[in-house]
Design a protein around this ligand. Structure first.
Ligand SMILES: NC(=O)c1ccc[n+]([C@@H]2O[C@H](COP(=O)([O-])OP(=O)(O)OC[C@H]3O[C@@H](n4cnc5c(N)ncnc54)[C@H](OP(=O)(O)O)[C@@H]3O)[C@@H](O)[C@H]2O)c1
Length: 341
């Protein structure tokens, strides 16, 4: 079947973004990467999804983060990406870093969750079919599974690389000690841990307090910081108390209106004031803040429009945060703000 292509990637797309080395590896990732967790299911127009993906690539965002679970329904986001890869991005496959993950439950079957060899390798096979590619660049275990021997989970990740179905491996949501064990097992197997994907933002300080930032430097892996805008709480969209129609707090099960409370608003407003003094937006401040850590290879953002991508990319144009500004951010950026307890 011939595919008629109309998309041609922008010239000069590698001149805009900074590319940062992932840990001790040889792989560079863009400072901002795009995730397909929200707005890439069947509940959003395909035309907009395609436009966001292609615009991201035109801006130099080469790294697209997926998972078997993303939708709705589960698997839909990989199928959406697969469709765009087929019709538009296929000529650029060598320039893309595609990831997927398995291990978060996607159904009642015991083989659609956890960290078993069966769950991980069967899921990867299905992801490759949905994405329409022979290999992913990074294959992740999505979250720890204490009921499965770590050797088995790590062995499945190693097999994925040995079989040529993944170039690198990563883990996500692993506590620090467990991440260290994974790094040691993978190193011994000759497949070093490339990246760990934790949640990290001004309102979620776990990677700082858990020692994960320190461990990343010691064990030589990079951090892919997800939800750096706290799902939109670290933007100005919720500051006036109203929830815009279609915004995540109105439209998604993962952010609820009751998270937009007075305490949140007071802290976010103070941060917004600091951003305003710097001549930038709260979103731009929040992205710069995450990227100030050398262990953070990339800030993994979501976007519901191309305008959000343009706006967020401009974060990279501002001067570094000063010590005094970082102290002010610490004062208002209190861990747990806006999070469900
Ligand atoms: N490993 C894991 O367990 C895990 C968990 C969660 C996420 N992730 C990964 O991380 C990626 C990003 O997560 P996330 O979407 O929560 O990241 P985020 O960047 O914190 O939030 C993105 C959302 O904020 C809003 N937004 C973005 N820029 C904006 C702007 N300039 N002005 C106003 N609103 C703006 C948009 O939502 P609306 O416009 O819809 O309001 C957008 O979808 C996911 O896609 C996924 O790949 C991984």
């Amino acid at each position: 079947m011939t595919v008629e292509r109309v998309y041609r990637a922008a010239d000069g797309r590698y001149e805009r973004l900074e590319y940062r080395r992932a840990g001790d590896s040889g792989l560079d990732l863009p400072a901002l990467s795009l995730g397909l967790w929200q707005k890439f299911g069947r509940d959003y127009p395909f035309g907009t999804q395609r436009e966001i993906l292609l615009h991201a690539f035109d801006l130099g965002i080469t790294h697209f983060d997926n998972a078997n679970r993303y939708g709705p329904p589960h698997r839909a986001a990989e199928q959406v990406f697969g469709q765009v890869l087929r019709t538009d991005l296929a000529p650029y496959r060598d320039e893309l870093i595609l990831t997927t993950k398995a291990g978060n439950p996607i159904g009642p079957s015991p083989y659609l969750k956890g960290g078993s060899r069966k769950s991980l390798l069967v899921s990867l096979e299905r992801s490759l079919r949905d994405l329409g590619t022979d290999y992913v660049d990074i294959f992740y275990h999505h979250r720890p599974d204490p009921s499965t021997p770590l050797d088995e989970t790590v062995g499945a990740l190693v097999s994925a690389v040995q079989q040529g179905k993944a170039l690198y491996v990563g883990i996500s949501n692993y506590p620090t000690e467990r991440a260290h064990e994974v790094a040691a097992l993978l190193r011994a197997a000759g497949v070093p841990l490339l990246v760990h994907q934790p949640r990290y933002s001004i309102f979620d300080r776990t990677p700082e307090t858990s020692g994960l930032l320190k461990l990343a430097a010691e064990d030589g892996f990079g951090l892919v910081a997800y939800s750096p805008l706290a799902q939109g709480l670290l933007t100005d969209k919720y500051l006036d108390g109203a929830i815009p129609a279609g915004a995540r707090a109105a439209a998604s099960a993962f952010l609820s209106p009751d998270q937009i409370d007075d305490v949140y608003r007071e802290r976010a407003t103070a941060l917004n004031e600091l951003a305003r003094e710097r001549g930038q937006s709260l979103a731009q401040l929040a992205l710069q803040w995450v990227l100030r850590q050398p262990q953070v290879t990339t800030a993994l953002i979501g976007a519901s429009s191309t305008a959000q991508l343009d706006h967020n990319l401009a974060a990279l144009d501002f001067p570094a945060l000063t010590d005094e500004e970082l102290t002010r951010i610490d004062h208002h950026g209190i861990h747990g703000t806006g999070q469900r307890v």
